[in-house]
Design a protein around this ligand. Structure first.
Ligand code: HSE
Length: 307
């Protein structure tokens, strides 16, 4: 059996406009690399972190916390070393902590001969994710681990539904270089919502799921609308309304805040439209004094993978 593997742990978009804390999808071109190594010495160690300044202490690092939770339950007759080559900026809203939390448990599971299924891996990864957001949610982790579009039917007990991805759907992302902490972005949300908004939102979630199953692009467009979370969070993202209007004029199916922000995602039919949306995002943000990065990605239906 292998002693070491190198993996690609992808970035993800959570919420997908209407599905706060339940919907997510997996990106293809952005992600972290990690190396997981079996050791004779027992325990978990983080031996290398490149890209961003993150803690080496296992209990303070999301990859370490998820690895430790799984390690304590499985009690394997070995230890593990974790190396993290981080490309996803922490606090960017595209699942940086999820990529780390999922990567360590996925790698350990592979090296142990795959005793756990994807749901159980997501369960352990949630322990790490909770360190970053002070809340156990799986809407970034599920797409990172399962790939494609996912819906978290229930977080406790964990139940993840895999949704189909229409073949011609592409994502465009803009990442303004400001940091928004998930915990702070959650703290500004109201605890109660008006009934009419709840009705609109659950109709949109149901319609979006139906649209994915039927590849109904027109219904995807109608359903990608968030009347519950976006009105509160958009104030954290400079020029959000200008960007949104321009993205829709460029032909996107829909747009919204990626996870807890500041990244903004758009979904489009076809790569050409996704690239046009990218240029539009660049045009809008070039007029500001905020640095930014943009990406175009197809939907990654495989999720996390061994390199
Ligand atoms: N669903 C989460 C949120 C994703 O929006 O707060 C961020 O990790």
């Amino acid at each position: 059996m292998k002693k070491e593997i190198k993996i690609f742990s992808p970035a993800t978009v959570a919420n997908v406009a209407c599905g706060f804390d339940v919907l997510g999808f997996c990106l293809d071109t952005i992600g972290d690399d990690m190396v997981i190594r079996k050791t004779e010495e027992k325990g978990i160690k983080i031996t290398k972190i490149e890209g961003y300044d993150l803690p080496y202490e296992v209990e303070k690092n999301v990859a370490g916390v998820s690895a430790l939770a799984m390690y304590k339950d499985l009690k394997p007759d070995c230890g593990f070393e974790i190396e993290i080559y981080k490309n996803i900026k922490p606090g960017s809203g595209i699942g940086s902590s999820s990529a780390s939390a999922a990567g360590s448990v996925y790698g350990m599971n592979e090296l142990l001969g795959k005793p756990l299924d994807n749901t159980k891996l997501t369960y352990y990864a949630m322990k790490g994710e909770a360190l970053a957001s002070q809340c156990e949610h799986a809407d970034n982790l599920a797409p990172a681990i399962f790939g494609g579009f996912t819906l978290v039917k229930s977080a406790c007990p964990l139940q993840v539904l895999e949704l189909p991805a229409p073949t011609d759907i592409f994502a465009t992302l803009i990442h303004p270089q400001i940091e928004i902490k998930t915990s702070e972005s959650r703290a500004i949300l109201p605890k109660d919502i008006p009934l009419q908004n709840a009705i609109t939102q659950w109709a949109n979630v149901g319609s979006f799921v139906h649209a994915l199953h039927t590849s109904d692009y027109s219904l995807i467009k109608d359903a990608l609308n968030d009347v519950v979370i976006e009105p509160h969070r958009k104030q954290l993202i400079p020029h959000f309304d200008d960007l949104k209007n321009a993205i829709m004029e460029a032909g996107a199916l829909g747009t919204g805040i990626s996870g807890s922000g500041p990244s903004i995602f758009a979904l489009s039919k076809g790569e050409n439209t996704a690239k046009k949306v990218e240029q539009t995002m660049r045009n809008v943000y070039s007029k500001t004094n905020i640095q930014f990065e943009t990406y175009v990605s197809k939907i990654n239906t495989q999720g996390i993978k061994t390199l």
